[in-house]
Design a protein around this ligand. Structure first.
Ligand SMILES: NC(=O)c1ccc[n+]([C@@H]2O[C@H](COP(=O)([O-])OP(=O)(O)OC[C@H]3O[C@@H](n4cnc5c(N)ncnc54)[C@H](O)[C@@H]3O)[C@@H](O)[C@H]2O)c1
Ligand SMILES: O=C(O)C(=O)C[C@]1(C(=O)O)C=C[C@@H](O)C=C1
Length: 367
């Protein structure tokens, strides 16, 4: 019979779906999904991410050996209260994948602290995409996966690692407070900066439409993450409020220094500023060899005229390249548009790039 062990996934989206796929790769478990958006459950079942879904999570929770909270963090926190009122199995393990840990672990310690059930989690990899359609078993390969066991659950960390070994992530145990500070610095605050840059450009774009044409390479690189789920980021900022406010103070003081540098216009000092940033950026470790990108998107500049999409899909079909999605992401005024074409593998994306460029299309890959 399929899966003597039962897993309940609350929140069947990008991260929950990716964790579920990784679990199914290594365990013959039965994964049940629950989501307020029933379409996500239906799609996930079709894609083999979950075995079945439920519209009432309570019964599945009481039968589960492993419960994974993979919804936005404020919502995950509210499920802790709901789960604590149920009669769960004595040896149940409960984890989450949330991007913040202090608030979740405070509540988990309060509600489940007397048991050894709760181990917080946060896989430090993802994408700006949402939903189970973008889930990948290899999303977390070689990435760090932070675990924050509640005090009595230290002894069960290996058990959770065993459940999650299909992620091929590097597990690391951290204190929730240290986690929220570190992720505040390297993930949450940079997200705020990216969103604010986009808002600044949006303000200028209404004055001059050339802005949209020229907001290409560099701007796209630095702002990709601003396309992530606003619900997820709303919750993260609410959870990590005090750390983010203090990072914002630091940033404002850094910007004052930059303002002074620009006012002075001293070439040597400007060089030193950029060079210092370059040295540190270049010294950061890249995700270890073997890591696989989580999405393969190719952007194609196209003339906005009838037949252009069918021309592109015909070129791809002639070269036997399968696509997973195609979308016009910007209806630019005048004559140009941008098509975003998604592929399952890097090879397909590279082949498509080559084939389309041979036919005179301009393409670029956003990292
Ligand atoms: N996207 C990333 O890069 C990333 C990386 C690591 C961790 N995370 C964390 O993972 C969690 C999920 O994010 P995601 O990227 O998978 O987003 P997602 O939007 O793809 O998935 C979230 C899912 O939760 C569901 N959901 C919302 N409210 C719910 C409710 N009340 N009950 C049940 N389900 C509900 C949504 O319908 C959706 O299917 C978040 O806590 C986020 O902080 C995200
Ligand atoms: O690659 C992206 O799109 C991400 O933003 C992923 C990212 C990150 O900042 O690295 C975002 C939030 C998560 O908690 C973990 C990973």
């Amino acid at each position: 019979m399929k899966g003597s062990k039962k897993v309940l996934l609350i929140g069947v989206g990008l991260i929950g779906g990716s964790v579920a796929l990784a679990i199914k790769k290594e365990h013959n478990a039965c994964v049940i999904g629950y989501d307020v958006n029933i379409n996500n459950c239906k799609l996930a079942q079709k894609l083999g991410i979950i075995d079945d879904y439920t519209e009432k999570y309570e019964i599945s929770a009481e039968n589960a050996d492993l419960i994974i909270l993979s919804c936005p963090v404020e919502i995950a926190e509210s499920y802790l209260e709901k789960l604590a009122k149920l009669t769960l199995k004595n040896d149940v393990l409960i984890t989450d994948v949330g991007s913040t840990k202090v608030r979740i672990m405070e509540k988990a310690e309060f509600l489940f602290g007397s048991s050894n059930a709760y181990i917080g989690g946060h896989p430090m990899a993802g994408s700006h995409k949402i939903g189970p359609g973008s889930a990948k078993a290899h999303l977390f390969e070689n990435a760090y996966y932070v675990l924050t066991p509640s005090q009595n659950a230290n002894g069960r960390v290996d058990q959770l690692k065993e459940w999650l070994k299909g992620t091929k992530a590097n597990f690391i145990v951290m204190e929730p407070r240290q986690h929220d500070l570190v992720t505040g610095v390297v993930s949450h605050f940079p997200h705020i900066v990216a969103a604010s840059l986009v808002r600044q450009v949006e303000g200028h774009a209404s004055q001059d439409k050339n802005i949209q044409f020229l907001a290409a390479g560099g701007f796209r690189d630095i702002t990709r993450i601003a396309s992530s789920s606003p619900v997820m980021w709303r919750d993260i900022v609410q959870h990590n409020q005090s750390i983010l406010l203090s990072l914002l103070e630091e940033w404002m003081s850094e910007m004052e220094d930059v303002k002074q540098l620009i006012e002075e216009g001293n070439g040597d000092r400007l060089f030193a500023y950029f060079d210092g940033a370059k040295q540190f950026r270049d010294s950061l470790p890249v995700r270890a060899k073997g890591a696989i990108k989580s999405f393969y998107d190719l952007y194609v500049d196209v003339l906005d005229k009838p037949g252009v999409i069918s021309d592109i899909t015909t070129i791809l079909a002639k070269n036997a390249i399968s696509i997973t999605n195609i979308r016009i992401i910007e209806a630019r005024e005048d004559v140009y548009g941008v098509l975003r074409i998604s592929f399952q593998t890097e090879e397909d994306m590279e082949l498509a790039k080559h084939s389309l460029e041979n036919e005179g299309y301009e393409t670029y890959i956003s990292m």
